[in-house]
Design a protein around this ligand. Structure first.
Ligand code: NAD
Length: 302
């Protein structure tokens, strides 16, 4: 029987699926030498974020056929070493799509209606109705940079708020544009004409700092920038300057150039709303990630 070792906390629905065809051992919080010992006779290693699957771990796993991460990125897995040993590396990039999209909508609504300020001042016993005058999303122009899985899921939800979409991607999705009445434009036009801009591209050498000083200067002084993709896609120093100099109205950020965010000027700016990389942190996304990788493991071993 296939032997699977699960070394991080993954949703039980995925583990249940694995138990249908394999002998599954769940052992979380292993010390590095314990992991080296346990992985020896395993066919499959399943992790999330805590376990570091180093070259040493991979070398110790003499029988390993699959390493699976019940999540999006593969930052904690030495993929090169795995590939050199012909071990298949699996993940579930599709699992958090809706979770991230809903976070973007949540950030926009929260910014437009001043949720953080309203909550803080009401709890302080104040009743600041005038100061908390908000704006509506209805009729606003929404620029979506990257119309892949998440960008499109955001777009379909935004049109329910009667927003008008401007789109940018290196590959255009005509069906999405038609269904949302969105318009693909160059990035300069998108930045100049949008009230809200959201970023959903992967971090590549071509996208690192794709939003810098020049791009921020193209944006409207009333515009809000939202980033739930990867921190380094925005030049954070340039963003801080743009926010301090009111070149843009605000930013909603879930990801940062360096995480966890410590000692950053972002922490003291009144016109930013920060979340601690919780884009994928929903019960549903965690469950989907575990079920998706369990199914992929089964298919791979079939
Ligand atoms: P995806 O691959 O489906 O879509 C990415 C899109 O970006 C593609 O359509 C691609 O053509 C486009 N693109 C690539 N380079 C571009 C460029 N230079 N200019 C314009 N468009 C470009 O990916 P996805 O599932 O939509 O995820 C998007 C990003 O969200 C991921 O890269 C990931 O880093 C991030 N993410 C964050 C969280 C979180 O917790 N905050 C969770 C999941 C994913």
């Amino acid at each position: 029987m296939v032997k699977i070792l699960v070394t991080d906390k993954v949703h039980e629905d995925g583990v249940k699926l694995l138990r249908e065809f394999a002998d599954v051992e769940v052992a979380t919080g292993l010390k590095p030498d314990e992991l080296l010992d346990r992985v020896k006779d395993c066919d499959v290693l399943v992790v999330r974020s805590a376990t570091k699957v180093t070259g040493e771990v991979i070398a110790a796993g003499k029988q390993l056929k699959v390493i699976a991460r019940a999540g999006v990125g593969l930052d904690n897995i030495d993929v090169k070493s795995a590939e050199a040993r012909k071990i298949k590396v699996l993940n579930a990039p599709e699992a958090p799509t809706v979770a991230v999209a809903e976070l973007v909508l949540g950030h926009m609504l929260s910014f437009a209606r001043h949720f953080p300020q309203a909550d803080a001042s009401t709890k302080q016993g104040k009743w600041e109705k005038k100061e908390l005058l908000g704006t509506e999303l209805r009729g606003k122009t929404f620029g979506i940079i990257g119309t892949g899985q998440i960008g499109r899921t955001v777009g379909y939800r935004a049109i329910a708020f009667q927003m008008n979409l401007l789109l940018n991607d290196v590959i255009r999705n005509q069906e999405f544009a038609e269904r949302t009445e969105g318009k693909y434009v160059d990035i300069e036009t998108l930045l100049k004409e949008s009230d809200y801009v959201t970023i959903h591209v992967p971090l590549l050498s071509a996208t690192k700092h794709m939003i810098g000083k020049r791009e921020l200067e193209l944006m409207r002084p009333t515009a809000v920038l939202i980033n739930t993709s990867r921190g380094a896609i925005i030049d954070e120093k340039a963003l801080v300057e743009a926010l301090q100099n009111k070149k843009i109205a605000g930013a909603c950020l879930d990801v940062y150039e360096s995480e966890p965010l410590r000692d950053s000027p972002l922490l003291n700016l009144p016109n930013v709303v920060l979340t601690p990389h919780i884009g994928a942190s929903t019960v549903e996304a965690q469950r989907d990630a575990s079920v998706i990788v369990a199914k992929k493991i089964k298919e791979t071993l079939a």
